[in-house]
Ligand binder design. Structure first.
Ligand SMILES: C[S@@+](CC[C@H](N)C(=O)[O-])C[C@H]1O[C@@H](n2cnc3c(N)ncnc32)[C@H](O)[C@@H]1O
Length: 313
């Protein structure tokens, strides 16, 4: 689907808050691990001094192309790479850097993916049921669905969708995928509509699509891998800023920072520390930062956003 740059742009969430928590030095390398169409990157570059540079990473090469065109005037200070934010250490290494001054992850789906990618992220469009952020890796959802057992599907929808109707929806999708054809978003949406009626239908549609997207892209495992690698890519005093839109992601970030801000992980009954663990982070936001009411009104997609920040010790 062809889109003009303006149409393709995603409204970045909590821009002032991101800049406030992320920037400690106006020079050096910052990583935007989910550059998307470049909203946060543009704001970051405008706040950094001429010696400040951004490594922008995204799995979606089409979103990167939009960011590249939009930020062409900043080419000297911006390096864009197609890949996963969990590989940020490798991209930094290619640039001759071991670590960076800060990293931002703005997880989830952009308006661009939802409305402009043509890859089946939205239940409101009729597109191939693909749902991969990177269409050159793995298999599209329509090829995977017929091979999932009813239990596996139920587990995916219960865990990642957190919807009350998950079990009946999983049964309906299982039947449709194994008996009929389930190759487009319209077919998936119709299957869900037949299984669930009533006032919560729209929520169930959104949650089911979200759950399947999280599954196809293995989003939670990727986030966990990236968190475990954070310590290695942030120099002392550098910060990590994480924006999540899903309770499981927020919990993972919260638990990671909580664990890594402790000097000892021994169970309380052990009188003397035997774990030799030492804190790697200081938590900067004991409670998640959420968008101001004005932003929530202007950008409904920001409503579920939670920002957490921590500083490398
Ligand atoms: C909410 S959007 C980011 C929007 C961006 N902050 C902006 O201002 O335009 C999330 C982006 O993360 C990307 N993404 C998802 N998983 C990724 C991963 N493992 N590595 C890199 N990018 C990923 C998606 O392709 C999408 O462009």
């Amino acid at each position: 689907m062809e889109h003009s740059i303006q149409e393709a742009l995603h409204t970045p969430v909590m821009v002032d808050e991101v800049l406030h928590w992320l920037i400690t030095e106006s020079e050096g390398w910052y990583v935007d691990g989910t550059v998307g169409t470049g909203g946060h990157t543009a704001a970051l570059l405008s706040r950094l001094s001429p010696g400040g540079k951004v490594l922008g990473i995204d799995l979606d090469h089409t979103a990167l192309a939009v960011a590249h065109e939009r930020l062409s005037a900043e080419a000297a200070r911006l390096t864009l790479r197609q890949g996963s934010y969990a590989q940020a250490h490798l991209f930094l290494h290619e640039l001759g850097e071991v670590n960076c001054q800060g990293i931002l992850l703005d997880l989830g789906l952009s308006s661009y993916c939802l409305e402009g990618s043509g890859r089946g992220f939205s239940f409101q469009a009729d597109e191939p049921l693909d749902m991969r952020f990177d269409p050159n890796h793995g298999r599209p959802l329509y090829q995977i669905l017929p091979h999932l057992s009813r239990n596996a599907l139920t587990d995916i929808l219960v865990r990642f969708g957190e919807d009350r109707q998950a079990r009946s929806v999983a049964t309906a999708i299982y039947r449709a995928a194994t008996q009929d054809r389930l190759e487009t978003t319209a077919q998936l949406a119709d299957t869900i509509r037949l299984a669930v009626r009533g006032p919560l239908l729209t929520k169930t549609l959104a949650r089911t699509f979200q759950a399947l997207r999280i599954f196809v892209n293995d989003e939670l495992n990727t986030l966990q891998t990236a968190l475990e690698r954070l310590t290695g890519i942030l120099r002392t005093g550098a910060r990590a800023v994480m924006i999540t839109y899903h309770s499981l992601e927020d919990r993972m970030v919260k638990q990671f920072f909580a664990r890594e801000s402790r000097d000892c992980l021994c169970p309380p009954q052990i009188p003397q520390c035997v774990c030799s663990h030492s804190a790697a982070f200081k938590i900067l936001t004991p409670k998640p930062v959420t968008p101001a009411s004005e932003e929530r009104m202007q950008n409904p997609r920001s409503r579920s956003a939670k920002l957490r920040a921590a500083e490398r010790l």
